[in-house]
Ligand binder design. Structure first.
Ligand code: HEC
Ligand code: HEC
Length: 445
């Protein structure tokens, strides 16, 4: 966490009082319909510049892998809030049988991550793309998956650009960047990354359209349980989550909070025995079952950073499991139990115990990296079962697609008609998610 964040004192009283004056959005059915509107393909293209439209097409262009069939969007799909819709611990590459070592994070809100740097005032690393910050910018990041042998697997830039020249987006590329710019491999490769990065910067990929955001602008009311959960989340004597996943911006505003300070920490996540990395060919993992992911330590070359990973955003967290750099936890209740009891339960006899087995056995395996574990801010929170339930209810309010922040006056009839006309996206997923409390199934969409 940031040391200065320790000074923050979330005033729950103020929050509670404010909600009394805020009006409710209306019938809960609308909630589900709005989810479809906000994350729908039509909403996603509405406000894109020509370069961003190109970037969007390239992000989903499956002709740019070797062999064809995989795009950025394969592992960062809108249907899974821009994570891997297979929801495995790590993602399969385009070459059958090959897997990466890390769980695919969401691309939503990545554009708001500062460049990788060492903050001298805070004495900590902040920002950067990837869980270990090894790409400073979105452009640097976007150049890597095309050439990664366990992802899109092209041998070199020239073969990516050759595919782009003969692919479905060549004409649009030339019309956005100029007729000749596909001819020079290096220049074209830079522009490919630039277009994708600028798509990732589009407002539609930083939606701020959760129930929490709706509450902040008076378009929704948090239930007493969700408010109690927010309190658990923020109270340093309870969940203390906001110490690293702040619920305010650096200037103290709740609006626009990213629920991460983009710092790095080793919170002691165990090895995930279900991570396919351990059985990958020696070319990709020479260590076999002894593989250890040292995270930030590999980026900085400092052993004091071994085991530290970037604090992820908790926006959309209920939809983006499994969790942590290696997908160790499959449910949020496992995650919260880990924060609550990491230092209370005994160590599992077998260090390769899955999270669900650990829950059954009442133990936690040793951390993947023992050194540098954060023993101060988590591990023995003393949360009651009610605290835990409330916290989980609050985390559910961070799922985008609850409302459309661009819609100033909510016109129920109009939204319903528009919403029912939409197709595509992970509607089935959203439907499953919302159907119980929002009656979406009844709309028959
Ligand atoms: C095979 C699955 C896969 C593909 C294909 C893929 N990614 Fe990723 N992406 C990942 C994984 C896994 C990570 C985390 C890797 C790490 O930290 O080392 C990641 C990380 C990222 C991040 C950093 C997010 C953060 O919070 O730090 C961005 C941005 C991103 N990918 C964008 C892209 C773009 C753009 C493409 C296409 C050019 C792409 N990805 C292709 C799996 C994939
Ligand atoms: C000391 C800083 C710190 C505190 C305090 C903290 N977290 Fe985290 N959190 C992290 C880091 C770092 C990661 C990523 C760790 C990894 O991947 O190994 C993480 C990951 C997570 C994830 C998984 C996100 C994903 O996309 O996989 C969830 C969920 C989460 N935290 C929830 C919470 C909750 C709830 C609390 C309060 C009970 C909390 N965190 C307190 C630093 C912190």
């Amino acid at each position: 966490m940031l040391r200065s964040a320790k000074l923050a004192d979330p005033s729950m009283q103020r929050v509670r009082r404010r909600t009394v004056h805020w009006r409710c959005l209306g019938p809960s059915t609308l909630v589900a319909v709005l989810a479809l509107v906000v994350l729908s393909p039509s909403a996603r293209t509405a406000s894109l510049t020509p370069e961003q439209t190109l970037g969007q097409k390239l992000f989903f262009d499956t002709s740019l892998s070797n062999p064809g069939g995989q795009a950025c969007g394969s592992c960062h799909s809108p249907s899974a809030f821009f994570t891997d819709p297979s929801h495995g611990p790590t993602s399969p590459g385009v070459v059958p049988g090959l897997f990466g070592s890390r769980n695919a994070p969401t691309v939503l809100y990545s554009a708001l991550t500062p460049p990788f740097h060492f903050d001298t005032a805070e004495q900590t690393y902040i920002g950067g793309q990837f869980l270990d910050g090894r790409a400073s910018s979105l452009e640097d990041q976007a150049k890597l998956p095309f050439l990664n042998p366990v992802e899109m697997a092209n041998p070199d830039k020239a073969s990516v650009i050759a595919k782009l020249r003969s692919g479905p987006n060549a004409t649009l590329f030339r019309s956005v960047f100029g007729a000749t710019l596909l001819d020079d491999v290096d220049q074209a490769y830079d522009l490919l990354a630039q277009a994708i990065a600028n798509y990732e910067r589009a407002g539609v990929l930083q939606p701020f359209s959760s129930k929490y955001d709706a509450w902040l602008v008076g378009k929704a009311t948090l239930t007493p349980q969700e408010l109690a959960g927010l309190h658990v989340y923020e109270d340093p004597a309870k969940g203390n989550c906001a110490a690293c996943h702040p619920s305010t911006t650096p200037s103290g505003s709740r609006a626009g909070a990213l629920f991460t300070d983009r710092t790095y920490d080793n919170i002691g996540v165990p090895k995930n025995p279900d991570n396919p990395i351990y059985t990958q060919p020696a070319e990709f993992n020479p260590f076999g079952a002894d593989f250890v992911d040292i995270g930030l330590g590999a980026t900085t070359g400092q052993s004091t950073e071994d085991g530290a990973f970037k604090v992820p955003t908790l926006r959309d967290i209920a939809m983006t499991g499994p969790f942590m750099h290696n997908g160790y936890f499959t449910t949020l209740s496992q995650v919260v139990d880990f924060y609550n009891t990491r230092d209370v339960k005994p160590a599992c006899a077998n260090p390769a115990t899955s999270a669900s087995d650990a829950e059954l056995l009442g133990c936690w395996p040793a951390p993947e990296v023992l050194d540098n574990e954060n023993l101060e801010e988590l591990g023995n929170l003393g949360l009651s079962p009610d605290d835990v339930d409330n916290l989980l209810a609050f985390l559910d309010t961070l799922t985008d697609g609850f409302f459309d922040p661009a819609v100033v006056a909510v016109e129920p009839a109009g939204i319903l008609v528009f919403g029912l006309g939409l197709t595509g996206l992970g509607l089935r997923r959203l439907r499953r998610r919302y159907s119980s409390d929002a009656g979406l199934a009844a709309t028959g969409s």
